[in-house]
Design a binder for this molecule. Structure first.
Ligand code: GLY
Ligand code: MN
Ligand code: MN
Length: 427
């Protein structure tokens, strides 16, 4: 769990980046309509959550900075018994003041009036400039006389690049649940079943382990479906002899996990599947072993491209000199995506990849990223030996950068051919 003192430290550190005589404002997420009058379960906006740990809607975080003092103010939905009957409990301003280490708490209905007071003597605004939230539009009107306006979000996102010890614990908890889910998917008998049934097995495991949600829509792609990178229909039958690419991770206490395993429907890889699988696996293991502070992600990308391309030449999938093929981007047809991304509160944590001068930010202790090479060969690709057609493979783990290397946070999930085969139920 993240302690209140840690949230306070984050707010203090954000306020430190703001100049004197400035106001900073962040709004909670707007509730999302699913269709007509039904709603998605409410999820707090990630930056708001990172700064507050507060999970309710209709809330505002306000930072007031002068030469003398920094004040943080929170606005929350009022305690309203009538509404609570329908929509559940609200903390209310009085309880919020007791629970959160902010200087002042008011009801959201007072925001406009209080802001007008707080704005006096201030000339700089930090807010979610690029946001479509209705409240942001209203705020920009209210503050039209401010001299300068800045986007507050990049300041928060930069902080989110580095995970604290408590955050790393939460990521580990999220991965522990996802581990159970992937192992359940391997174990379950897949005879005459559909991709969505396997998805249900995975998400069942998330829910019974108190992971309220998936961190992104699960991909359960059998055979050629795996060659559609964002396949989420999951509506096809599981076919004996094919592989299933499963990219699924839960969100637990607001922290994501993002794991891919590619497993045989009948519990045993064919020789051709094994050849491709081991190429992806060896590439993944090598790339992971390169991780340490000061290494650049682009270097990991290039290394993965080189290794995969060299292997694909050896298997007769590509023809020519592998270095030249990479230069000509020929590998992109079979490995079109990135080697990995930051992960944390969001599955694709929106922390920066480049600094202010557009230079790539090298890996540093406390960063968490995915490593996810893959090979995808369409069933109709006549340029490839027939035995490899219709196979899509990705292997993805979640890695913490440590002081002098890395920790694979998802190393407990079966991954080698032997490990996967020994845990899988045979048809
Ligand atoms: N699950 C999304 C990704 O792997 O990036
Ligand atoms: Mn993934
Ligand atoms: Mn990923």
């Amino acid at each position: 769990m993240i302690k209140e003192s840690e949230y306070k430290k984050r707010r203090d550190s954000l306020a430190k980046k703001m100049p004197n005589n400035s106001v900073g404002v962040i709004f909670s997420a707007e509730p999302a309509t699913r269709s007509h009058d039904t709603h998605h379960p409410y999820r707090q906006e990630s930056n708001f959550y990172y700064l507050s740990g507060f999970k309710e809607d209709n809330a505002v975080l306000l930072f007031l900075k002068t030469k003398e003092v920094v004040k943080t103010v929170m606005f929350v939905h009022k305690k309203d018994r009538a509404l609570e009957l329908w929509n559940g409990e609200r903390l209310g301003a009085k309880e919020a003041k007791k629970s959160f280490l902010v200087d002042e708490v008011y009801e959201s209905s007072e925001f406009k009036k209080r802001l007008k007071e707080f704005m006096k003597g201030k000339d700089t605004l930090f807010c979610e400039l690029g946001s479509k939230k209705r409240e942001v539009k209203k705020l920009l009107k209210l503050t039209k006389d401010f001299k300068t306006k800045h986007d507050i979000i990049p300041l928060v996102q930069k902080m989110r690049l580095f995970k604290s010890a408590a955050e790393i614990e939460l990521v580990k908890e999220s991965i522990a649940i996802t581990t159970k889910a992937h192992h359940r998917a391997m174990r379950v008998n897949k005879k005459d079943r559909f991709e969505y049934e396997l998805q249900a097995e995975i998400e069942h495991e998330f829910k019974i382990n108190a992971a309220y949600s998936d961190a992104y829509t699960s991909i359960v792609a059998c055979g050629n479906s795996a060659n559609t990178l964002h396949y989420i229909k999951n509506d096809k039958p599981l076919i004996d002899g094919e592989l299933i690419l499963i990219d699924a991770g839960c969100e637990h206490n607001y922290y994501a996990s993002d794991i891919t395993r590619t497993i045989p429907v009948n519990g045993k890889f064919t020789e051709a599947q094994k050849e491709l699988y081991n190429l992806v696996l060896e590439t993944q293991l090598r790339v992971i072993s390169m991780i340490k502070p000061s290494v650049k992600r682009s270097h990991l990308q290039e290394s993965a491209e080189m290794m995969l391309t060299k292997g694909m030449v050896e298997l007769g999938i590509l023809k020519g000199n592998y270095k030249k093929l990479v230069k000509l981007q020929k590998h992109k047809r079979y490995y079109p995506h990135g080697i990995g991304h930051w992960m944390g509160i969001d599955v694709h944590d929106p922390a920066p990849y480049k600094d202010k001068k557009h230079r790539e930010i090298p890996l540093q202790k406390g960063m968490v990223l995915t490593i996810e090479p893959g090979i995808y060969i369409d069933k109709d690709d006549k340029s490839v030996p027939e035995r490899y057609r219709g196979i899509g493979i990705r292997i993805e783990d979640n890695i913490l950068v440590t002081k002098d290397g890395y920790e694979n946070l998802s190393s407990a999930i079966a991954k080698t051919v032997d490990e996967v085969e020994s845990i899988s139920t045979k048809l």
